[in-house]
Design a protein around this ligand. Structure first.
Ligand SMILES: *[C@@H]1O[C@H](CO)[C@@H](O)[C@H](O)[C@H]1NC(C)=O
Ligand SMILES: *[C@@H]1O[C@H](CO)[C@@H](O)[C@H](O)[C@H]1NC(C)=O
Ligand SMILES: *[C@@H]1O[C@H](CO)[C@@H](O)[C@H](O)[C@H]1NC(C)=O
Ligand SMILES: *[C@@H]1O[C@H](CO)[C@@H](O)[C@H](O)[C@H]1NC(C)=O
Ligand SMILES: *[C@@H]1O[C@H](CO)[C@@H](O)[C@H](O)[C@H]1NC(C)=O
Length: 481
């Protein structure tokens, strides 16, 4: 309970940290707070994953692979998963479908990714259904190559017929030829999200992330999440893509309509829509501003120690220049950019981070020894901050894409960070998939600032007095600090 009562104070510190037109104190900074904290989010522990969960958009996996997913979990923890793979970024041309049956067992709360639950799974059967004759030939040749003799000579694979590649009853595991694993089931989190304004409730299932290096995929144990699947019973009322995926199976894969391409125009401010998780359990919100006229940008990154982004650890203000490159020849729909970070300011927001920064006396990170909670220091002159692993100037090779969501908001997709914790400092390390999108902050967004503050204080009041569930679920999370 003490944690919940401390909440308004934590928000106050963040809000008062910087004041300006753009940035945490500006209109978009306050809108970011509404988006991240304005909805009542509960993450029940242990999560109840019973039900059917589907993709709400055409997802991009490292590779790239274009995919939609439809996963069903029964009360007895048996599951059936469909992964539908496509040739294009709009999920219009299905290639093949991988169907898996198995059992999942939820284990303990994750020590690495706070707020997540670890799980183990066993596969009963895996089958693959190709949706064209070329894909049938290609996949059967791959399975035949990694599992010699599995496909009898002269036994052709037909399209739209499921072919089993794994079965626990005696036969061999030949799913490796398809690069198929379901390690995403090893880390999960369910969020029940109630919109502060219209009261609408959605349930989202976050499953473990996929390693950005495809060679690591078969071994990687997830430490963050993919875009969430939505519960078909409690999904967004206007999610037509969810309904298309919900009704599909391996013989009738979901086929989306080609969506309009949005020419990238980065103008303006872009903010996080939720508390984001990066691999190795870094929780943060982002607020980016681009000035295409002089090709400069600035960004505020607020870091937190908890999955609800309540307890600030430190914030960074970074700025620099960017140049736009060509359309990506690797990831259809993507556009390449080069970003340079030339200036950076750091503000420690808790005593742990402050002590950490003060360890570096001298030239490691700003003026060592004088760091104080809530006091910003420019670390440009010390070429960044050793303690935070940031060296300036810093160049990143980026991949961007843009699309409109079901509420007609413009979303900005920025390349996924490499799963090994490094940065894309070389063109060859450029991402082939995307992070959680940022939403465009428009002057016309219908959120008066007064309401923003009310939303925040109402949540803390609900937490303290009314909704035992919220406080309890938080308490469970904090045991594993
Ligand atoms: C989990 O959710 C399902 C479907 O919403 C429900 O039928 C079931 O009772 C829930 N189980 C528990 C243990 O709450
Ligand atoms: C499988 O591979 C073998 C060679 O390793 C080849 O002789 C055979 O024709 C292949 N079978 C199919 C169905 O592709
Ligand atoms: C859903 O769509 C209807 C009609 O297209 C629209 O009136 C309504 O506002 C939409 N609801 C949401 C939550 O966007
Ligand atoms: C670039 O343009 C923006 C907006 O016009 C301005 O605020 C910023 O100071 C400019 N940056 C540089 C380096 O000139
Ligand atoms: C916050 O609480 C006040 C008083 O209880 C109420 O009048 C107001 O409608 C609430 N605001 C929101 C956004 O729920």
């Amino acid at each position: 309970m003490a944690r919940c009562e401390g909440l308004p104070l934590a928000l106050l510190v963040v809000l008062s940290a910087t004041v300006g037109a753009a940035g945490p104190g500006g209109t978009c900074g306050r809108r970011l707070k509404t988006l991240v904290h304005g909805a009542l989010v509960v993450a029940p522990m242990p999560p109840n994953i019973t039900g059917k969960w589907v993709s709400s958009r055409c997802e991009v996996r490292p590779g790239p692979q274009f995919i939609t997913r439809s996963y069903t979990f029964k009360d007895n923890m048996d599951f059936q998963t469909y992964q539908f793979f496509y040739a294009d970024q709009h999920c219009v041309s299905p290639l093949y479908t991988v169907t898996a049956h198995g059992t999942i067992i939820l284990r303990q709360v994750s020590w690495i990714t706070r707020g997540g639950t670890e799980a183990d799974y066993w596969l009963e059967t895996v089958s693959v259904t190709s949706h064209s004759q070329e894909v049938s030939s290609y996949l059967s040749a791959r399975v035949n190559a990694t599992c010699p003799g599995f496909i009898p000579p002269d036994r052709l694979w037909y399209n739209n017929v499921p072919h089993q590649v794994l079965s626990r009853r005696g036969e061999r595991d030949c799913a490796a030829g398809l690069d198929f694993v379901l390690h995403e089931l090893q880390l999960l989190r369910v969020e029940r999200r109630q919109d502060a304004r219209d009261g609408h409730v959605t349930m989202e299932l976050f499953l473990g992330d996929i390693h950005t290096d495809r060679a690591q995929r078969l071994l990687y144990r997830p430490t963050s999440y993919q875009p969430p699947l939505v519960n078909v019973e409690l999904s967004y009322p206007n999610c037509t893509t969810c309904k298309i995926v919900q009704d599909a199976d391996e013989r009738r894969p979901p086929v989306f309509k080609t969506r309009q391409e949005y020419p990238l125009h980065l103008n303006g401010e872009w903010i996080s829509m939720r508390c984001e998780v990066r691999p190795e359990a870094l929780f943060l919100t982002r607020h980016l501003v681009f000035y295409p006229a002089n090709q400069t940008w600035e960004g505020w990154y607020a870091h937190y120690s908890d999955p609800s982004c309540r307890h600030s650890t430190f914030s960074i203000h970074a700025s620099g220049s960017f140049t736009r490159g060509a359309r990506s020849s690797v990831v259809e729909g993507g556009t390449e950019y080069i970003f340079q970070v030339t200036q950076m300011r750091v503000t420690p927001q808790d005593s742990d981070t402050t002590s950490l920064l003060n360890v570096f006396h001298g030239q490691g990170c700003g003026d060592g020894g004088i760091w104080q909670i809530g006091r910003e220091q420019d670390v440009t002159s010390t070429n960044g901050c050793v303690a935070l692993g940031i060296t300036l100037p810093h160049i990143e090779y980026e991949l961007f894409d843009m699309e409109r969501d079901m509420y007609d908001r413009l979303l900005l997709y920025i390349g996924q960070r490499p799963s090994d914790g490094t940065s894309p400092t070389h063109p060859a390390r450029r991402a082939t998939s995307y992070q959680t999108p940022l939403v465009q902050c428009l002057p016309s967004m219908d959120t008066p600032d007064i309401r923003t503050n009310m939303g925040d204080s109402n949540i803390s009041r609900r937490c303290t007095f009314n909704t035992v569930l919220v406080c309890l679920s938080h308490a469970v999370l904090y045991v594993f600090r």
